[in-house]
Design a protein around this ligand. Structure first.
Ligand code: AKG
Ligand code: FE2
Length: 330
């Protein structure tokens, strides 16, 4: 399809999204193609246009939260580091109390095995897992007070705003166990082959390791600077074999990010990344993503049930744009 045609489909679909808060599939696919065809330039322009004149949230000169106490300068430096390398590893882990609470949640809340045939939710047990991945539902995540505190964390919001430009929208919240079960069977479905994400026009993910992660139990792998630079031979959507990427980027740019439980990363996953296939053990990971808009992949919104704390809903009102499309009030 020609570039012009993709732009036209995108623009038409964007106006549908603005009206209906749902993106037509064809427009979403055009955006994905335009990202590759223009080496990301299209997305930068579209993000700048869609958020032009949009006011920013005003944060205090010092913002305190899960990322520590950050001055405006530090927030700028973090954003600059992500712009440069595609990711940033925060020096300070998530406080132990929250880590423990998240693990308690993950050991008591049913999760959905990501495996063909059996999608019945189960409470994960480290003994004999049968699926390479167990996903928690967004609904169950939003209903957990500890997760509500992460979703409204001012330091994460401030970093996301600095990186993305406008008042960011929370567009995806996930958490999953990865295991060594059935390894080599479906690495693609488990996001364990290199790929880039392109669900939104521009976005930033926060990852929090909730188990100690070493080279054997699934470190997040990222090709440094690949969010900015994609050599022609690998500038395509889909999963890309390691060998092919290795032929196109210097060996020194392949980062394998290990870390203790509590390690927090900010990652622009429009660069090449994967979870390394596990050889043993398990990995528990929490993830939240902020984006310039919800244009793109349509995910079902989270229902505001009585399990969602009033304090949380009050805070979401303070950051109106961030939560207004992901939460559905009845
Ligand atoms: O498991 C990982 O480390 C990466 C998962 C992934 O591809 C993603 O969250 O976009
Ligand atoms: Fe991904």
């Amino acid at each position: 399809m020609s570039l012009i045609k993709d732009v036209r489909i995108f623009l038409k679909g964007y106006s549908v999204y603005k009206k209906e808060k749902q993106t037509p599939e064809a427009a979403y696919l055009s955006m994905r193609r335009l990202f590759s065809k223009t080496n990301g330039r299209f997305n930068n322009i579209a993000a700048a246009l869609e958020t032009a004149f949009m006011p920013k949230y005003k944060f205090d000169p010092q913002v305190t939260g899960i990322l520590g106490t950050l001055s405006q300068d530090e927030i700028k430096q973090i954003s600059q580091a992500i712009r440069e390398n595609g990711f940033y590893i925060f020096p300070r882990p998530l406080e132990q109390e929250k880590v423990d609470e998240l693990i308690r949640f993950a050991r008591t809340t049913p999760a959905v095995p990501r495996i063909a045939g059996n999608r019945t939710p189960v409470v994960y047990s480290s003994e004999q897992p049968v699926s390479p991945v167990y996903d928690f539902t967004a609904q169950s995540l939003f209903e957990a007070p500890v997760i509500q505190s992460l979703l409204t964390d001012p330091t994460a919001l401030a970093v996301a705003q600095e990186y993305l430009g406008p008042r960011p929208m929370l567009d995806l919240v996930t958490m999953w166990w990865s295991t060594a079960a059935r390894r080599n069977t479906d690495l693609s479905g488990a996001a364990q082959l290199y790929h880039f994400d392109m669900d939104r026009i521009k976005f930033l993910k926060f990852f929090i390791y909730l188990s100690d992660v070493d080279t054997y139990n699934g470190p997040h792998c990222y090709v440094k600077k690949s969010h900015r630079v994609k050599p022609k031979p690998v500038r395509r959507d889909g999963r890309i074999p390691d060998e092919e990427l290795m032929a196109n980027y210097p060996a020194a740019d392949f980062e394998e990010i290990t870390g203790k439980a509590g390690t927090i990363l900010a990652v622009d996953t429009s660069g090449f990344h994967k979870g390394k296939p596990l050889e043993k053990g398990e990995r528990l990971l929490f993830q939240m993503e902020f984006a310039t808009s919800m244009f793109g992949q349509n995910y079902p919104p989270v229902q505001v049930t009585e399990k969602i704390a009033k304090e949380f809903l009050d805070t979401t009102k303070k950051y109106d744009r961030t939560y207004k499309e992901i939460l559905k009030k009845n």
